[in-house]
Design a protein. Structure first.
Length: 133
């Protein structure tokens, strides 16, 4: 069960599933209900998304995804393949795992929960690398 987020302009971000041939894929989508939503998380593949996204007033979306056993907190959009890596969770990285439901404010500061050495931790606000947030 995926959650949605809405910004002050009425744009909604959500994790959606679509099918190409017989393969079901997930992407981050943004829309306002006036036309089909657009996917902003680039070409879908073996990436799976966790519950919880949050959209800023500049239409950038914080989300957690999983690829090949590693978990990532990223800020996506507003265009496909436009993203900043905020944190990575995998053996040998700063975190063992990053947890679903990251939060981002309109200054582009991101917070999230993570596991480090089997203990629950959280990040201080991390500024997105994109200064236009």
């Amino acid at each position: 069960e995926h959650e949605v987020s809405i910004n002050d302009s009425g744009k909604v971000a959500f994790i959606g599933q679509w099918t190409i041939s017989t393969t079901s894929l997930e992407s981050v989508f943004v829309g306002a209900g006036l036309s089909d939503p657009i996917h902003i998380s680039g070409f879908p593949g073996s990436r799976n998304f966790a519950n919880g996204v949050q959209i800023t007033n500049s239409n950038r979306v914080a989300a957690r995804d999983l690829i090949s056993g590693a978990s990532f907190i990223r800020i996506w959009g507003p265009n496909a393949e436009d993203y900043d890596d905020i944190a990575r969770g995998v053996t040998g990285a700063h975190f063992d795992s990053v947890i679903a439901r990251p939060s981002v404010n309109n200054l582009g500061q991101v917070v999230f929960s993570a596991l480090k050495d089997r203990r629950l931790s959280w990040s201080p606000p991390i500024r997105s690398l994109d200064s236009t947030n």
